[in-house]
Design a protein around this ligand. Structure first.
Ligand SMILES: Cc1cc2nc3c(=O)[nH]c(=O)nc-3n(C[C@H](O)[C@H](O)[C@H](O)COP(=O)(O)OP(=O)(O)OC[C@H]3O[C@@H](n4cnc5c(N)ncnc54)[C@H](O)[C@@H]3O)c2cc1C
Length: 414
């Protein structure tokens, strides 16, 4: 029996392998790295956010312009299915802060161990240190291995090689050229859930004292986007969960206009009127820092940012200072490189794929996971869609092989 190949042993590829092996199909998984699921393991370092418990109708909107496409996979394997699947591997989950869902142990390693064990037991064969490099003229898969080039004949293949962030963990986007050669359209790979450089960089004073420090409980406003949360100052700009949430919008605006400006509310717990009243309160002989600390508990990195960005004349004008505290404009001029991003936007376009995730120009070649052209914020949306698309691609292979087998039987009968 000719095998079904899965290239990429991340969550999307492993899920495709699971669907195929459960149906009794022959499955060989190939990965460039010495072991699979490295990004998945890294995701578990800060607490593996597997999925999200918000209402399904809201959940699907997180995929923005691709919501309708991703919903097709999520309808088959959504947030609750992810939790049930984890439970089937002996991993209990819980709903944490802001409805994010985590394994009780928070880590990815126990889940990945149990999963790979179950796949091996179901007959899935793993081939590590096999880097896919393209197809031979005869249509076989080509791999670079420690023993030299190896070729594999597969009846169908699921490409699940991830995006291009954190390339040291295995996904480097090098698959792009091979798929384009097969006729797939690939939207440029871009950083998603990424940090940004601020215009002009930080002063040496600010950078040396505050890079790495958090802005806690602040809010960002940009057009219709308004969200409260946290982020950190970096050597060159800003990054962290609140920035990631706004990152697709900021990135697209930087690409279009060369820069993007958001407003930072340093005291979202107080109204503009309250802030204006406290700033205007007579301060006598007290310095501005001690006045802002005593009236508004504003100090540390927040105070330093005001000094960094607000001209001295405005700092001494109560009205202007109050306005800056509630809406300090921050201009970013570049997204950080994709290698530093949490995830990747762009990839194989949906119009290159059929409803079973098969590349229409390359029958028998399926795609899954982050290498498809969708993006989502952090919050468990990335892993959920990767798992769901892996499942959809696996089912697509089964449907394709069924069709191919029945065509062959009809030909024999003729
Ligand atoms: C720091 C960090 C934290 C994260 N935390 C979360 C989180 O809490 N929740 C969440 O939902 N998401 C999180 N993510 C994102 C999530 O990990 C990814 O979206 C997900 O792993 C993508 O799955 P994938 O299977 O598509 O690709 P990957 O996990 O990237 O797997 C792709 C596999 O393909 C292999 N490969 C690549 N190219 C080749 C080749 N040419 N030949 C052979 N093999 C190849 C790679 O070695 C890799 O094993 C995080 C990401 C990062 C970087």
């Amino acid at each position: 029996m000719t095998t079904n190949a899965i290239i990429g042993a991340g969550p999307a590829g492993l899920m495709a392998a699971e669907v195929l092996s459960q149906a009794g199909a022959s499955v060989d998984v190939y990965d460039a790295m010495p072991s699979g699921g490295r990004k998945f393991l890294l995701a578990g370092k800060g607490g593996l956010n597997l999925t999200h418990a918000e209402l399904f109708d809201v959940f699907v909107t997180r995929y923005g312009a691709r919501s309708a496409n991703v919903q097709a996979w999520l309808g088959e394997f959504g947030p609750q299915a992810v939790r049930d699947w984890a439970a089937g591997l002996g991993i209990e989950t819980f709903v944490g802060t802001s409805s994010r869902v985590f394994p009780k142990e928070m880590k990815a390693a126990p889940l990945l161990r149990a999963w790979i064990h179950r796949l091996r037991a179901a007959g899935v064969r793993f081939h590590m240190r096999h880097r896919f490099t393209g197809w031979t003229a005869g249509g076989h898969l080509k791999f670079e291995t420690p023993a030299g080039e190896s070729t594999v004949e597969a009846a169908a293949v699921v490409m699940a090689m991830g995006g291009a962030s954190w390339p040291q963990l295995g996904s480097d986007g090098a698959w792009l050229a091979a798929l384009e050669k097969r006729g797939a359209k690939v939207a440029p790979l871009l950083p998603s859930n990424c940090g940004f450089d601020v215009r002009g960089g930080w002063s040496a004073y600010f950078r040396e004292r505050f890079a790495g420090q958090p802005f806690k409980s602040v809010a960002i406003r940009h057009g219709d986007f308004l969200r409260q949360g946290e982020f950190v100052a970096t050597e060159t700009g800003v990054e962290g969960s609140l920035i990631y949430a706004a990152s697709a919008m900021l990135r697209d605006e930087v690409l279009a206009n060369g820069e993007a400006t958001f407003e930072l509310d340093l005291l979202p717990g107080r109204t503009a009127a309250q802030v204006a009243k406290e700033v205007a309160h007579p301060r006598g002989s007290r310095s501005l820092p001690s006045h802002l600390k005593s009236r508004l508990s504003l100090d540390g990195i927040k105070l330093a940012l005001l000094h960094e960005l607000v001209p001295a004349e405005a700092l001494n004008d109560a009205t202007k200072l109050a306005a800056a505290i509630k809406a300090l404009p921050i201009t970013v001029v570049a997204a950080r490189p994709i290698a530093e991003a949490i995830s990747t936007a762009g990839g194989v376009t949906f119009d290159s794929l059929d409803e079973n995730l098969m590349v229409t120009s390359a029958p028998g070649v399926f795609c899954a996971g982050e290498m498809i052209d969708w993006e989502a914020p952090t919050g468990g949306y990335l892993l959920t869609a990767c798992l769901a698309s892996g499942r959809a691609a696996g089912q697509g292979v089964l449907a394709y092989r069924g069709v191919v087998a029945s065509r062959a039987a009809q030909n024999l009968a003729r």
